[in-house]
Design a protein around this ligand. Structure first.
Ligand SMILES: NC(=O)c1ccc[n+]([C@@H]2O[C@H](COP(=O)([O-])OP(=O)(O)OC[C@H]3O[C@@H](n4cnc5c(N)ncnc54)[C@H](O)[C@@H]3O)[C@@H](O)[C@H]2O)c1
Length: 254
């Protein structure tokens, strides 16, 4: 499929995981991809793999975010797709009883303030074009509670979901679609390591997922490509769950 032929896409956190898989998928569908990441090595590697452009950017810095879109516009002539995906989930963000204010604030900055900055700076380009698709990465924890809490992470993703919905409504008549992507748990090196060490813990988690496994990053990327494309032309302000059925489950099969 070449649904993104000649579209210009900016991906934050493109050096790893979901961002990297999406850079690959966007490029395969014909997009020109700007790979932004705070990590120079992985970001530059992703950009060279997809024959795109690397921009070193810290998404918590307003100057970096503004420069990232300006560079995309100057290099390729438009900014059609923004995948605001960079995020963190550090171990010192835990139960509310343990999580200190510094850890709370850091996660809010990287996961939520960054999305505010990215949307604020990309929407003016899209308004001038009369067209654009923004996909903000939230999480299934934006719609469900977990007893194994990461309190700032969960609150940040709830914020991303509410902000995306409101922007989707506000800019709908200007041809700009804004959706919140809510992935379920993804098969990452970190999870693999944890589960190799502790199969019982792995089983305790997997029991909640109707499909009985975690997502592959490429499966999340496929959903992002759909939301970015004109195939999703009537989808905006949505809570787009790609979660293997977790959020719909009461009891799962054996
Ligand atoms: N992995 C999962 O199970 C899962 C589930 C639901 C939602 N998510 C969300 O998906 C997004 C991507 O997750 P992932 O698993 O691919 O993570 P990852 O850690 O593999 O990749 C995140 C990328 O973001 C970059 N980054 C971190 N801080 C940054 C900053 N300040 N500025 C610019 N770049 C920065 C990192 O360098 C890294 O390349 C995150 O928002 C995450 O919360 C992940």
């Amino acid at each position: 499929m070449q649904r993104l032929q000649d579209r210009v896409a900016v991906i934050t956190g493109a050096g790893s995981g979901i961002g990297l898989a999406t850079a690959r998928r966007f490029a395969a569908e014909g997009a020109k991809v700007v790979c932004a990441d705070i990590d120079e090595e992985s970001g530059a590697k992703a950009a060279s793999e997809v024959a795109g452009l690397f921009v070193k950017a810290d998404v918590t810095s307003e100057d970096d975010v503004a420069r990232m879109y300006a560079t995309a516009q100057e290099t390729y002539g438009s900014v059609d797709i923004a995948f605001n995906n960079a995020g963190i989930s550090p171990p010192d963000d835990d139960s509310i009883l343990e999580t200190g204010i510094d850890a709370w604030r850091r996660v809010q900055e990287v996961n939520l303030t960054s999305v505010y900055l990215c949307c604020k700076h990309v929407i003016p380009y899209m308004r001038r074009q009369g067209k654009g698709s923004i996909i903000n990465t939230a999480s299934f924890v934006a719609v469900m509670g977990s007893a194994t809490s990461q309190i700032s992470y969960t609150a940040s993703k709830g914020g991303v979901l509410a902000m995306s919905r409101e922007l989707g409504v506000q800019f709908a008549r200007e041809g700009i679609r804004v959706n919140a992507l809510c992935p379920g748990p993804v098969n990452t090196p970190l999870l693999q390591e944890l589960f190799a060490k502790d199969p019982e813990r792995a089983q305790r988690r997997l029991v909640h997922i109707p499909v009985g496994r975690f997502a592959e990053a490429s499966e999340i990327a496929a959903a992002v490509a759909f939301l970015a494309s004109d195939d999703a032309s009537f989808i905006t302000g949505s809570e787009f769950l790609v979660d293997g059925g977790i959020s719909g489950a009461y009891v799962t099969p054996f």
